[in-house]
Write a protein that binds this ligand. Structure first.
Ligand code: NAD
Length: 556
């Protein structure tokens, strides 16, 4: 298996010849714009369709950066970059790779949140497949409309829980599009291998349904049997049309997310990025290098008991049990506060959702996070509630009284939903906090020291995990693979990172990080007998050679 589907410039649209003329200029995977050489212009019918001067890729990058930096708002920059992506993917990924730290907040969180909110208004041209529940019975046919036939990763959403922004229906497409861009920019997956999909089953967001620019079905969400049958048809269609594709479930509401993952994991190689991918356990492991604490002795308190929260807790339990704790003791170290207070056994009111039950311990009910901090004395506080300003000054101060080095992660995205800002976290803890946030915050200067907090974000995890799983043809993506990835990520945090207050490697190293995680995943797949493709004992060189490099190839 090669990760370069059309080396030597052959058409990725199935044919064996390179398209010519305007068909070539409008093929984003092959287009070089003003960088087509004199020979290519003659041989491929381009003469006259381009201005005469030939530019290098480097010169094009400079022009892109100049134009981009002149734009004032992040949303304008997002529109500019996605337009570039739709025109010339090589140039887009060259810019992404060489300027990752600057570009990531534009094509991913936080700007992608704003872009989704306004997807209807900023819509230029579609990217990916929209499959609506009206097309039940025709899902395979629609998948076959995709012009590329060797899809290896599908990121799919139904738009019900987009970041911490709630139900955005069909506007959620920005997330699968963005995640697939990260697969290429961070791990080197060829862009021709990715397919973003939105399953449109309606939206319960009444404001969207009334919005004249809304792109999706203007009806309430379909739920129950009809929904389940639609998703089952989708999974079956993926298996038959794209049998080599790995499926990433993305931003489903939690009533469906856990169920869909459990039901489908065995049928189709898949994972849920929100439940399994959260990089928080890696951040916790790295924090312990600073606090000197032991993993098995932490007390974790989560605000938010949804996909991300219970997913992080499950991974913590896996890590702690492999370090010698029993499963029940490990679970007893994880506590949750949700919208109705502390998650406890026999809580009055609505019955607890299934995914919360393993973490419902015997305790008196408590209403607020502040009460829970007081009662439980957590060493680690993790925000995954999508609720801003919930880590208040008194809560942050109390964490600092209870712990010489409190570990506090405000992971909700986008920035507007973060439980606290980096500045608040450092200020209220006298700079002692080990802090990470889901979306980036600028450096904070406090007490004469400047802290550059890290981004506790799945971007560190899923590109490497997906790339490794594909490279070795993993039959399944297991929790052990995610744990291997989290451990490797923590190992990659350097003393220099820690000195800056960062418990994740710099994003400038994301290609190297994703490669290391891919290697760890390949090793785990081999160990557990799930690899179907034989790779060398040290697969590093092979994985590097297969990566997509954003450089132009000669077509003639
Ligand atoms: P979810 O809908 O599954 O869970 C949200 C949880 O928050 C629910 O348990 C809900 O009861 C709880 N909640 C809501 N209001 C609350 C309140 N006022 N007080 C306490 N709890 C409250 O969503 P999720 O997938 O778990 O995601 C939650 C947040 O985490 C989102 O903002 C998402 O963007 C973020 N997230 C970040 C990363 C990352 O890499 N940083 C990864 C996944 C999710």
């Amino acid at each position: 298996m090669s990760f370069l589907p059309f080396e030597s410039g052959l058409s990725p649209i199935g044919g064996s010849t390179c398209p010519r003329g305007t068909a070539l200029l409008t093929n984003s995977l092959l287009n070089k714009g003003t960088a087509f050489t004199e020979r290519e212009r003659d041989a491929l019918g381009l003469r006259g369709l381009l201005p005469p001067r030939v530019f290098t890729l480097e010169e094009q990058v400079e022009r892109v950066l100049g134009n981009l930096r002149r734009k004032e708002s992040p949303l304008e920059k997002y529109i500019f970059l996605t337009t570039l992506q739709n025109r010339n993917e090589t140039l887009f990924y060259r810019v992404m790779q060489d300027h990752t730290e600057e570009m990531l907040p534009l094509i991913y969180t936080p700007t992608v949140g704003q872009a989704c909110l306004e997807y209807g208004a900023i819509f230029r041209r579609p990217r990916g497949l929209y499959i609506s529940i009206r097309e039940r019975g025709r899902v395979s046919e629609i998948l076959r409309h995709w012009p590329l036939h060797d899809v290896r990763i599908i990121v799919v959403t139904d738009g019900e829980r987009i970041l911490g922004l709630g139900d955005l229906g069909a506007l959620g497409m920005g997330i699968p599009v963005g995640k697939l861009s990260l697969y290429t920019a961070c791990a080197g997956l060829h862009p021709a291998y990715g397919l973003p999909i939105t399953l449109d089953v309606g939206t319960d967001n009444a404001a969207l349904r009334a919005d004249p620019h809304y792109l999706g079905l203007c009806q309430p969400r379909v739920r129950g049997t009809a929904y389940d049958e639609f998703v089952a048809e989708f999974v079956a269609a993926v298996r038959s049309v794209f049998p080599r594709a790995l499926l990433q479930w993305e931003d489903f509401g939690n009533t469906n997310a856990f169920r869909l993952l459990q039901q489908n994991r065995a049928h189709v190689c898949s994972f849920n990025d929100d439940i399994q991918g959260t990089a928080a356990v890696a951040g916790l492991l790295a924090s312990l290098k600073e606090t000197g604490g032991k993993l098995v002795e932490q007390r974790l308190l989560f605000l938010g008991a949804g996909e991300a929260g219970t997913g992080i807790a499950d991974l913590y339990v896996a890590a702690a049990t492999s370090a010698g704790l029993s499963e029940s003791d490990a679970r007893a170290r994880c506590w949750f506060v949700d919208s109705e207070g502390l998650v406890v056994q026999n809580r009055p009111g609505r019955p607890l959702a299934h995914h919360k039950l393993p973490y419902a311990h015997a305790h008196a009910p408590l209403r607020t996070l502040a009460e829970a901090v007081e009662a439980l004395h957590p060493t680690v506080l993790i925000g995954v509630s999508g609720q801003p300003a919930t880590f208040t000054a008194p809560i942050l101060r109390r964490m600092a009284e209870l712990n010489p080095r409190p570990v506090i992660f405000a992971l909700s995205n986008p920035t507007s939903q973060a439980e606290c800002t980096a500045e608040q976290a450092y200020r209220e803890t006298d700079g002692r906090v080990l802090f990470a946030s889901g979306s980036p915050f600028p450096p904070v200067t406090f007490g004469g020291r400047t802290y550059t907090p890290g981004q506790g974000n799945n971007v560190y995890i899923f590109p490497g995990v997906g790339y490794g799983a594909l490279a070795c043809g993993a039959r399944e993506i297991t929790d052990a693979m995610f744990l291997a990835a989290a451990r490797r990520l923590a190992e990659l945090v350097t003393p220099e990172d820690l000195a800056l207050g960062r418990i994740y490697p710099s994003l400038t190293r994301i290609r190297e990080v994703s490669l290391e995680l891919a290697i760890a995943v390949v090793a785990e797949a081999k160990r557990s007998g799930l690899a179907t493709i034989e790779l060398p004992a040290d697969p590093r060189a092979e994985l590097i050679a297969r990566r997509f490099e954003a450089v132009y190839r000669d077509y003639v």
